[in-house]
Design a protein around this ligand. Structure first.
Ligand SMILES: *Cc1c(COP(=O)(O)O)cnc(C)c1O
Length: 812
């Protein structure tokens, strides 16, 4: 572990400041001071990074590569200091200079290379792999522009570019000597050489993939793993510069632009299939570069012949986006390394594993054959052969069952189906929560499950407690340490011992005070950022996540509208004063999601300006939800809204963050909410809504009528009409799309069906909150049982159950 005492740190820091800024510390701006601190921290890290690498090369230990289109890391400085074990020393040292560490940390840009849960999961996994001594590395794209920044103007979402690289990014190191070439387009010719077929790729466009490495620091264990992000650059060797004079200049420029477009921007859509050629190009780009660099490294340091690759390397495919890793590895093994099909296939399938993240059919990736073939001719040939062999196996098993076979084929109906390729080409397919995995096996992928029963398994998601508890909620961390000691930091399930304090008066009082203090911290942020004041003594009722119909922000909004109507009618209604907090981005092309943001803001505008209800309710929409904002909101929440239509949220991870910070959950029995319920028991969570059975029956047999709901329940009639009768907005047409979607189009997410049950659940929440000891005890039980949702548990399961890697595996 890094040993730095306060005086050494102070000396190092002052020297570093002078070195990079050429002036004295006392003349520096806060941002100068942040830069010096980040840069010094990086220096400490680099030494461990090099020695970790040397050690991996020396031992030849199995390496895991986690391929993901998204890594939503957030800020790095605070967690780097925490994991290095020097955050306290650093804090004291800086305070000797009159510098507030928290303030410097808050100046850092988020690394926002992801949309939401999927990208954040990848980030939590990297943290856990490093902290558990697992040689596990990330592989992704260094987007020039991360996820867009959201502003709310006139109640509407406005998107602006996230120019996160405009200031020097101290957390990356460019490695030009490790660049790879990725080839697009062109033709593949088959020639015979000494009786063997050879595939010669010509006329392609070459793109240079340049890696930028980001250190991933383990918790107090001297481990620094690697996140490798690829950037696309033009390859000028390919270009005849003398041709510029012959008017080819424009062509060169065109080439440059088309190359740079590849790593220009992260697609801002969440679980919506985006049929863009550029997206396919992005996917092949990082996957090809990543696999090539793994093989190149393996050949130098691997300490084993290439046929043992699967014993030394595990490659994980996070959702279908990196699925082309499968045919790409096949291509390299066959075309470049000379293996025959069968051996290449054995190595490839043993190396690859795949996580499915969603059953939403619009999110299942597929590519038109024509487009695919033109862009990736050799990869297409390989997929065709994988498909041919797979269909042959199917024919042998399901003689004459053409329907089934064409349903399962990888290439069918004019498309290449990525999920099918991922399943066929991997040795493991996992879902992300128990219910989700069961639905995969019994519904969505049942044909594949029957064909490959042993491939399917569950790995319930998790979150790193180092960021989401220790870093985000230092006061709660202190309370837990004071009561049960600090073993939970290395063994998060030890937090169960905290349950003994659930009814301890003093602990309850401290929990309450900590919550108030976190609420004040968030209130200050909101005041500064959006000039909105909120009351820390009110109940903070929070729904923060991507805006999506299945997540049902509309359901939450409608019940606030109902409560508002009730309060106008009866101003003396005895309710707990509440602040309703929303945050989340809508994909720019997702009309209904953007309208949802508008409706929430219109409701906020009306309610917040109505003196009749101001003492009781307030609605706020927090701009630009991202990891660093989540770190402020989550510890401040009293009530966590996890209200997706049952079966639709594969797992959810913010549900775990909230419980770990002592919020009580109000939830449908969906995703990991079920497992949270199983952990805390029915008395410590508030459950409502349709069951899995009921939802699936509606989908399969029909029978849901939104009109019936409107006609049967006057409250539903009232709130739905309030969206189009001018009550919230003089333009009655503004929210017509929401109304039509709920009522006329018989909303596929059953918002109105769950409305009554949700209202009753909210009433239960209100009554529980009024009972101070009961509520505090619920908070404590939630905290105590949150340890199992640490991503350390999840990663141990991946390591032993899928990858066959890591310390635990070696000691089995
Ligand atoms: C955890 C997290 C998410 C995922 O939230 P869900 O409620 O599980 O969808 C999304 N965005 C950010 C910034 C997060 O930190």
């Amino acid at each position: 572990m890094l040993k730095v005492d306060k005086e050494t740190f102070k000396k190092d820091y002052e020297e570093k400041f002078i070195e990079i800024h050429g002036k004295d510390l006392s003349d520096g701006t806060d941002y100068n001071k942040y830069e010096a601190l980040a840069s010094l921290t990086r220096d400490y890290v680099v030494k461990m990074w090099i020695s970790t690498n040397k050690n991996y090369n020396f031992t030849g230990e199995k390496q895991v590569y986690y391929f993901s289109m998204e890594f939503l890391l957030g800020r790095l400085l605070g967690n780097a200091l925490l994991n290095l074990g020097i955050r306290d020393v650093c804090k004291e040292a800086l305070s000797d200079f009159n510098i507030d560490l928290n303030k410097l940390e808050a100046l850092e840009q988020d690394q926002g290379l992801g949309n939401g849960g999927l990208g954040r999961l990848a980030a939590c996994f990297l943290d856990s792999m490093a902290s558990l001594n697992i040689p596990g590395h990330g592989c992704g794209i260094r987007y020039k522009y991360g996820f867009f920044e959201q502003k709310i103007i006139n109640g509407m979402q406005i998107e602006t570019q996230d120019d996160w690289l405009k200031n020097n990014n101290v957390w990356e190191i460019k490695k030009p000597d490790k660049a790879q070439i990725v080839k697009f387009g062109g033709q593949v010719n088959t020639i015979s050489e000494n009786g063997n077929l050879k595939f010669v790729h010509t006329g392609y466009e070459a793109v240079l993939a340049v890696p930028y490495d980001v250190p991933i620091i383990g918790y107090e264990n001297n481990i620094v793993n690697n996140l490798r992000l690829w950037s696309a650059e033009p390859l000028y060797d390919e270009f005849d510069f003398s041709s510029f004079s012959r008017g080819e200049y424009l062509k060169a420029l065109e080439y440059k632009n088309s190359v740079e477009a590849i790593s220009q921007v992260l697609y801002p859509d969440d679980s919506v299939y985006e049929g863009k050629r550029l997206r396919l190009k992005q996917q092949y780009f990082f996957v090809s570069a990543g696999i090539q660099s793994i093989i190149r490294h393996f050949k130098v340091y691997g300490k084993a012949p290439l046929n043992d690759l699967d014993e030394k390397i595990a490659i994980h495919i996070n959702d279908t986006h990196p699925t082309l890793a499968i045919p790409e590895l096949m291509r390299i093994l066959m075309d470049e390394e000379g293996y025959g099909w069968d051996e290449a296939w054995r190595i490839t399938t043993n190396t690859m594993s795949y996580t499915n993240h969603t059953i939403l059919s619009e999110a299942l990736e597929k590519w038109p054959i024509d487009m695919f073939k033109k862009l990736l001719p050799r990869i297409y040939m390989i997929i065709e052969e994988i498909n041919r062999r797979f269909c042959e196996e199917l024919w042998n098993k399901y003689i004459g069952q053409w329907d089934k076979i064409s349903k399962m084929a990888i290439i069918a109906d004019g498309y290449v189906k990525m999920a099918h390729l991922a399943i066929v080409g991997s040795h493991s397919v996992n879902g992300v929560a128990k219910l989700h995995t069961e639905i995969l096996k019994k519904q969505e992928m049942k044909d594949f499950y029957y064909f490959y029963p042993n491939k399917f398994n569950n790995k319930t998601n998790g979150i790193t407690h180092r960021r989401w508890l220790i870093k985000a909620n230092p006061q709660l961390t202190t309370l837990i340490k004071d009561t049960i000691g600090d073993s939970f930091i290395k063994h998060p399930t030890d937090m169960e011992a905290f349950e003994r304090y659930a009814s301890d008066k003093e602990v309850q009082q401290r929990l309450h005070e900590i919550k108030i203090s976190n609420k004040k911290r968030f209130a200050e942020y909101l005041k500064e950022k959006q000039d909105i004041s909120i009351n820390p003594d009110s109940l903070f009722d929070v729904q923060v996540k991507r805006i999506h119909a299945y997540k049902r922000q509309i359901l939450n909004c409608l019940r606030i509208m109902e409560l508002y109507r009730k309060l106008i009618e009866n101003p003396n209604l005895d309710i707990v004063p509440k602040t309703f907090i929303f945050a989340g981005k809508a994909a720019p092309g997702y009309h209904l999601a953007k309208k949802t943001i508008e409706l929430i803001n219109a409701v906020a505008n009306k309610i917040n300006n109505d003196p009749r209800v101001n003492e009781k309710i307030k609605v706020v929409f927090v701009e630009n939800y991202k990891v660093s904002v989540a770190e402020l909101i989550v510890p401040a929440a009293d009530l966590s809204e996890q209200i997706s239509t049952t079966t639709k949220e594969a797992s959810g991870t913010s549900n775990m963050k909230f419980m770990m910070n002592g919020a009580v959950t109000i939830a449908t029995l969906d995703g990991a909410n079920i497992e949270i319920r199983d952990e805390v028991g029915d008395d410590n969570i508030i459950i409502f809504g349709l069951t899995e059975r009921e939802v699936l029956d509606y989908y399969h047999k029909g029978g849901y009528s939104a009109w019936d709901m409107v006609n049967r329940d006057y409250r539903i009639k009232q709130v739905t009409e309030d969206t189009i009768n001018g009550f919230y907005c003089s333009d009655k047409e503004r929210f017509r799309a929401i109304y039509e979607n709920l009522v006329t189009y018989n909303d596929e997410f059953f918002v109105l069906k769950d409305f009554d049950s949700y209202l009753k659940a909210q009433e239960r929440a209100d009554n529980l909150y009024k009972n101070f000891p009961k509520w505090q005890s619920m908070c404590a039980v939630n905290i105590a049982h949150s340890g199992i949702f640490s991503s350390d548990r999840t990663i141990q399961e991946y390591a032993t159950g899928i990858w066959g890697s890591g310390y635990l595996y070696k000691n089995l």
